[in-house]
Design a protein around this ligand. Structure first.
Ligand code: PGA
Length: 263
């Protein structure tokens, strides 16, 4: 895993935007995007580059990691609505190029299979952005999710529902289930970029980066991927035992590994 430790959250957003910019410059591609609070600063930076520097998303398709079950695409808390309102509309990605699992489907097993088939039909997923839950989840793959899992229904952990209650009227309104890309599905993207900021993520980041690969920490599956980047601020890096080594790596990083060198 390639760990990039930045001084603060804004620098994390700029570096993540650099990686996204590399991916969108590579032609007709699919971008895997994450929702939640962490990537919002990255989306803001990409919107700025679109407006001020002409960064084009004309050849980009977007796929989301997950969607709440029982929530229609236009519901204010729907992730498909969130990504349109927060990012894709502002950079000119047409709504018919923005996809997420159909959490409002009657047959959720079929909706999961349909999403997998869509991912096969779309252009290659050049980059998948990821957040991480305090319990180590990626997407809504909660602890004990199979490392080989595909898009399917998961039951949210009570801690995840509590964390996400801030977006709803109250915690009772947070859906119990979600339709999420599996860990196996996530690992098929060409490059993974996991973002984390703040000390509440430090333990999960340490377990994912330095702990054993385990279904108990779904983000540890990134250790199995040949091009997984972990982009974090100092606070989120606070639990890393190999902190000094990561600084050594950063100090001696070859130019070709940096964004802008051709992904
Ligand atoms: P957050 O969510 O970015 O809102 O902290 C991350 C996640 O649960 O994956």
């Amino acid at each position: 895993m390639d760990v990039w430790i930045e001084p603060e959250a804004d620098a994390v957003a700029r570096l993540a935007a650099d990686f996204v910019q590399d991916a969108v410059g590579a032609g007709e591609i699919t971008l895997g995007l994450a929702t939640g609070s962490t990537p919002v600063a990255t989306y803001r930076e990409l919107i700025r580059r679109h407006r001020e520097e002409g960064l084009s998303f004309d050849r980009v398709h977007v796929v989301l990691l997950d969607e709440y079950v029982g929530i229609a695409p236009d519901h204010p808390q729907s992730y498909r609505r969130f990504i349109r309102d927060t990012f894709t509309n502002a950079v000119g990605i047409a709504p018919d190029r923005v996809h997420g699992p159909a959490g409002d489907a009657v047959d959720l097993a079929a909706a999961g299979a349909d999403y997998e088939a869509l991912l096969q039909r779309l252009p290659p997923r050049a980059l998948q952005l990821l957040g991480i839950g305090r319990d180590g989840h990626i997407g809504f793959n909660e602890p004990t999710s199979s490392l080989a899992s595909r898009t399917r229904v998961k039951t949210l952990h009570p801690d995840t529902r509590a964390d996400n209650a801030r977006f709803f009227a109250d915690s009772e309104s947070v859906p119990v289930h979600a339709l999420t890309m599996g860990i196996g599905t996530i690992l098929e993207a060409r490059r993974l970029v996991l973002l984390a900021t703040g000390d509440t993520k430090a333990a999960a980041v340490a377990a994912a980066v330095e702990g054993p690969v385990s279904a108990s920490v779904p983000a540890s599956a990134l250790q199995l991927h040949p091009a997984a980047m972990v982009v974090i601020d100092e606070a989120a890096a606070g639990g890393l035992a190999h902190r000094a080594y990561h600084a050594e790596v950063a100090a001696h990083r070859p130019a070709w590994q940096r964004p802008g060198a051709g992904a």
